[in-house]
Design a protein around this ligand. Structure first.
Ligand SMILES: NC(=O)c1ccc[n+]([C@@H]2O[C@H](COP(=O)([O-])OP(=O)(O)OC[C@H]3O[C@@H](n4cnc5c(N)ncnc54)[C@H](O)[C@@H]3O)[C@@H](O)[C@H]2O)c1
Length: 270
């Protein structure tokens, strides 16, 4: 077990990647404070983990509300005595033409993804400093390599998270707190469902996305959770301040694959 008896807080754990992280972290021996805005989403995740023999508690928390974050950290400490791991996973996925965005859109995305990361990190670090250190994993995105139209507020927030990752990694390096970012590509959660439902032709949509992912498939939440386990674990003891891409090769491909062969271009037989 890679996380045996580690105490972990995972935010936004009621669905998608966060839900999978709670399950995978618990299987790896962690005691998990699974934080979610609504008990109706978060409690069943905890119940499933506990009935499978894992250890987890539900903690209600909107990461953009400082009082919630303070209470979330206090509850995890009260229950388990310390905090070893924080995963800042709660996030709003957002696309809208920039000129149509409202101040409220900006606030919602920034307050969840960036302010939430600030608040959770600050209160968790206060506790980690008392007990000799810890590990923070910030869930960012492939958009921290390159962007797409309509992603202004989202990208501003996620790039901010990478900046905070590096700043905190440097600031706490000698105090045994490691801070890393983990950038998923397209993962099979609600966002992938939304993309497919919004497409006029689901087959074309699938073909388009496949051609933009060298591995030719969408990732699973568990494939992201497994990387988070590594970053959170002692196996990553010399890893801090980095941004790991788990994206099936998406950010390594310059443009999507052509529907015709051009293998002999430049120097080939003519
Ligand atoms: N799925 C993808 O393709 C993908 C790609 C790149 C990055 N990500 C990132 O991964 C993370 C998880 O996304 P997901 O795909 O599982 O999406 P999701 O919508 O299934 O899960 C996001 C979770 O965050 C919670 N949340 C939203 N606002 C919150 C708040 N203020 N306080 C607490 N919780 C809040 C939601 O309730 C939900 O449970 C996000 O940070 C997202 O930006 C996802």
């Amino acid at each position: 077990m890679k996380l045996k008896d580690k105490i972990a807080i995972i935010t936004g754990s009621g669905a998608g990647i966060g839900r999978s992280m709670v399950e995978v972290f618990a299987r790896q021996g962690a005691k998990v404070a699974a934080a979610s805005r609504r008990a109706v989403n978060g409690q069943p995740v905890v119940d499933a983990v506990v009935s499978a023999g894992g250890e987890a508690i539900f903690v209600r928390c909107d990461v953009s509300v400082e009082k919630d974050v303070r209470e979330m950290v206090a509850k995890a400490v009260e229950e388990y005595g310390r905090i070893d791991i924080l995963v800042n996973n709660a996030g709003v996925n957002f696309v809208k033409p920039f000129e149509q965005t409202q101040r409220a859109d900006w606030d919602r995305v920034i307050n969840t993804d960036l302010l939430g990361t600030y608040l959770c990190s600050r209160y968790a670090i206060i506790e980690m400093l008392k007990t000799g250190g810890g590990s923070i994993v910030n869930i960012t995105t492939v958009h921290t390599m390159a962007s797409l139209p309509g992603a202004g507020p989202y990208d501003a927030a996620k790039w901010g998270m990478v900046g905070l990752t590096k700043a905190l990694a440097v600031e706490y390096a000698t105090r045994n707190i490691r801070v890393n970012a983990l950038s998923p590509g397209l993962i099979d959660t609600q966002i992938w469902t939304d993309i497919q439902e919004a497409a006029p032709n689901p087959q074309e949509c699938l073909a388009y996305w496949k051609s933009n992912i060298p591995m030719g498939r969408v990732g699973s939440p568990e494939e992201i959770a497994n990387v988070a386990v590594f970053l959170a674990s002692d196996e990553a003891s010399y890893v801090t301040g980095t941004n790991i891409f788990a994206d099936g090769g998406m950010t390594s491909q310059l443009i999507s694959q052509e529907p015709f062969a051009s293998e002999t271009l430049g120097g080939g037989a003519r």
